[in-house]
Unconditional design. Structure first.
Length: 844
């Protein structure tokens, strides 16, 4: 396999004026006729005319009307071409019904659909399939399917055909086509300049009733982008389609977003509060790409974070505005630590802007997305809100219609703010999570904080330079009053001190408020100080964080020294949980505590080898101690969490239900599942039903409930995904691998459907103790299935290989077992390049 380097970028030698496609649909013999106008561009180095094309049968090719015979390889074709502009015509045949990789044109439940990002268009026709080649597209679809959709505006249609025209030049990865027997949930939106936009959510017959929430989310997103970023929609129509077989969440194709049905379909009976929040965020994310991704796209795939980091940042701002900003920030940091930190600290570590890759699909990672968004957040904190929006205005003005780079992005900020951002730019090129330690000094009214930063080596980057760290700090006096409100310290050196004058007593610092930089903060503060911040900090994030720190210390002591749960921390936590002036969602988060993988990560960071069984035991005894300690408090909290009005998936109600399920989980430890059984029987929404079922599984009292749930929902594929996942996720370690194996034999286990595959094998990978079963049966089971799936769907297989990314953290026996499975995958004849690249990076 070939490695591609950022440093080797060269522009394509031709521009494409326009593309005309005729797609004659047929499951095993779709014909694609392309007519493309090319013109040489003077500013590109001399090169052969090369068009990407994979798995295509070329039937005919012509240049300016004269037949030609190109030279064909598995990657594409070359052909002599005239010196000036010319018309390229080709006709190819493809078989969407045989396309199990779900990339290019494929079929899902009888419906045609496409996924072209990153490099799927080359499986539809011969084309310069690279994001810096932008063109207008006209697409004619021929077929009997009642609904036929493509990008842009509808141009014309007749019996058995429909034509679409997209006036906005775009790269091929944003091309989309959908055809099938679909029903629409219609809507409309008037933009701020008075333009009427037709909106549709297209679904399979029977799913019409699950579209209303997505439609409202879309309208809210359109309004928000106008109000906050001044960005208006730019076509007459915006279509969203739900498909069941999809490799990821959703795709921002111009004017025709395609969604994994799990990321758009919602109803109170079938979706949890968390599903609703995620759907709202993904609808927003894909919509926001219309400006950050589509109108301004990426020059090459190394610049992926240009659109993804920024768009994730924008969707997190949107969710903060729609719901609770504090709760969103805490949830984002939990997710960052769970997904991005392990990546950044293991064999898969790579910069936010990678410098080389074999398969770009392997770089749609938490680092590119979530750390990419953190980088934007830091930039905003450093320059301030006003300058940030000034810079964004300039970005849209200067680069509209461009395929841009991170250099362009940084230059916009430098020009708009007058700052030198050369050191800041390191965030894009240097991989790894910086560690930040801090010491303090107080004398004669002057308080000094001294910070040190180091970043451990990552693959290919042994030496790290200091990063620019915005460190948000506030100071509290010993009475718990804030004496210095949040101030952003700008750290640029490896070691740097900051002073605060005129203090009458030694203050208590609240450091890294709002998690102002994605670092590991190493601070050996006294437990009393953490308890003090838990009680008094005005920054909600750090209030939560101080409790989390105490929880981490407590769990580490329990695992490594057999210590008892820390009662002082539990007392402090109880005061917060009891405080009914605080948002129930925030209190639910406070009750949550670290996951077992997080404890493993913390142990690893502190130089211990994590033992999954010991971690399980420690978590169990801690939860049990909480339940017993709070047994008188739980009924009152349950009462407070009760929602009496009709179900609404908004922040207020979801927060209450989140508190309720945290309480129920503890209560189940005291009553063996009585309360959970009652809730399961009376639940009229999926949030309550599923949280009750989780408790019953946990308590081992699940047979009847699992059967009832199955019988109730067996015809709803998205709910059945939950049924599969939950009984693995919530079970005890000894049962997790067996249950997984048994569920792979279930008649409803359609392993070619990525959602179903993930709901079973993904649930195993996320069951920390179950996956890490000492005899290696968890590892073997996952590897067996990855090998099997790879032959059909390399993208989903490769992505799921990251379950092994922390393998070097564990004891020698487990390491050997995991390594053996990775080697077994690597040795598989015919392994896809996608999975091949992942396992070789994991083993390196
Ligand atoms: N841009 C797509 C992801 C495409 C993934 C290709 N393997 C969805 C998104 O980030 O919005
Ligand atoms: Zn995106």
């Amino acid at each position: 396999p070939q490695t591609i380097h950022l440093a080797d970028y060269t522009p394509f030698g031709w521009t494409v004026r326009d593309v005309h496609l005729t797609v004659k649909l047929s499951p095993r013999a779709t014909r694609v006729v392309a007519r493309i106008h090319f013109a040489p561009r003077g500013d590109a180095p001399a090169q052969d005319f090369f068009l990407h094309g994979e798995e295509l049968t070329l039937l005919r090719a012509a240049i300016d009307g004269a037949e030609v015979t190109p030279e064909i390889t598995p990657q594409g074709l070359t052909c002599p071409v005239p010196d000036g502009p010319f018309l390229w015509e080709s006709e190819v045949e493809i078989a969407p019904a045989d396309n199990t990789a779900l990339e290019g044109l494929y079929m899902s439940n009888g419906m045609y659909c496409t996924q072209c990002e990153a490099e799927g268009f080359r499986k539809i026709t011969y084309y310069p399939d690279r994001p810096d080649v932008m063109a207008t597209f006209t697409v004619r679809i021929e077929g009997d399917e009642p609904v036929k959709l493509s990008n842009g505006n509808p141009a014309d249609s007749g019996a058995g055909w429909a034509e679409w025209h997209d006036p906005w030049p775009k790269p091929a990865y944003l091309f989309a086509l959908v055809a099938g027997d679909l029903r629409n949930h219609p809507g409309s939106f008037t933009t701020k300049s008075g333009k009427e936009v037709e909106l549709n959510i297209w679904v399979r017959p029977g799913d019409e009733g699950k579209c209303a929430f997505g439609m409202e989310a879309l309208k809210k997103s359109m309004t928000w982008d106008e109000e906050v970023y001044g960005r208006e929609y730019d076509l007459d129509i915006f279509n969203v389609v739900a498909v069941d077989d999809f490799n990821m969440g959703a795709m921002e194709n111009k004017g025709l977003n395609i969604f994994n049905s799990s990321c758009v379909l919602a109803s109170p009976e079938t979706s949890t509060d968390a599903n609703f929040e995620r759907i709202e965020a993904i609808i927003a994310h894909e919509y926001f790409h219309n400006w950050t991704g589509n109108r301004i796209t990426c020059r090459d795939w190394f610049q992926l974070c240009l659109k993804e980091g920024l768009t994730v940042y924008r969707d997190s701002q949107f969710t903060s505005d729609m719901r609770s900003a504090e709760v969103k920030r805490i949830s984002d940091v939990i997710a960052l630590r769970a997904r991005q930190f392990p990546e950044d600290q293991g064999p898969l570590a790579h910069p936010v802007r990678p410098e080389s890759f074999q398969e770009i699909n392997n770089f749609y990672t938490a680092t590119v997305y979530e750390k990419g968004a953190e980088v934007i957040g830091m930039l905003k904190r450093l320059v301030g809100d006003e300058e940030y929006y000034k810079a964004l205005d300039l970005y849209f003005e200067r680069h509209d219609g461009d395929a841009a780079t991170i250099e362009d992005w940084i230059r916009v900020f430098e020009d708009a703010t007058g700052r030198d951002l050369s050191q800041f730019k390191r965030w894009y090129s240097q991989a790894g999570t910086p560690r930040l330690s801090v010491s303090e000094d107080f004398s004669e009214g002057t308080y000094t904080l001294t910070f040190r930063q180091t970043t451990p080596p990552t693959p290919g980057q042994p030496d790290k330079a200091p990063q620019v760290l915005p460190i948000a700090v506030g100071l509290l006096n010993p009475n718990g009053h804030e004496v210095v409100p949040t101030t952003v310290l700008e750290m640029t050196e490896a070691e740097q001190s900051f002073t605060f004058e005129g203090l009458s007593a030694k203050p208590v610092p609240s450091i890294l408020r709002g998690f102002s930089a994605p670092v590991v903060l190493e601070r050996d503060s006294a437990p009393e100080e953490r308890a003090f911040l838990l009680a008094h900090d005005t920054d909600a994030f750090n209030r939560w964080e101080s409790s989390r720190d105490l929880a981490r210390d407590c769990l580490v002591a329990m695992v490594t020294e057999g210590a008892a749960p820390d009662t002082a921390w539990l007392d402090g936590l109880e005061r917060v949980i009891r405080d009914d002036t605080l948002d129930p969602a925030f209190r639910a988060l406070m009750m949550g505590g670290p996951t077992q993988s997080e404890t493993a990560q913390v142990l690893h960071e502190r130089g211990h080898v994590p033992d999954p069984d010991a971690i399980w035991d420690a978590h169990e005894s801690l939860r049990q101690a909480m339940a017993e300690r709070w047994q008188d408090l739980l009924p009152a909290l349950a009462e407070e969490a009760r929602v009496t009005e009709a179900y609404r998936p908004d922040a207020a109600q979801s927060g209450k239900r989140a508190l309720g399920s945290a309480v129920l989980a503890l209560q189940t430890r005291l009553d063996g599942g009585k309360a959970a059984e009652a809730q399961f029987a009376s639940a009229d929404n999926m949030t309550l039903q599923l949280s009750a079922l989780a408790c019953l599984v946990q308590a081992g009292r699940d047979e009847a409930a699992l059967r009832a749930f199955h019988d109730q929902w067996q015809d709803d594929r998205l709910v059945m995904d939950k049924w599969f996942a939950l009984q693995i996720a919530a079970t005890t370690p000894d049962k997790a691998p067996e249950r997984t194996a048994a569920l792979t034999e279930h008649p409803a286990f359609d392993w070619t459907n990525p959602n179903r595959f993930r709901s079973v094998l993904g649930a195993l990978a996320m069951h920390h103790t179950g996956f890490h079963a000492k005899d290696g049966r968890g590892y073997k089971l996952l590897a067996d299935w990855l090998i099997k799936l790879d032959a059909k769907n390399p993208q989903t297989t490769a992505r799921m290989c990251s379950a092994f990314q922390t393998w070097k953290r564990y004891d020698a026996d487990r390491q050997a077992l995991m390594k053996a499975q990775l080697e077994r995958i690597a040795a598989r004849p015919g392994l896809s390049p996608d999975t091949g690249e992942m396992v070789s990076r994991l083993l390196s």
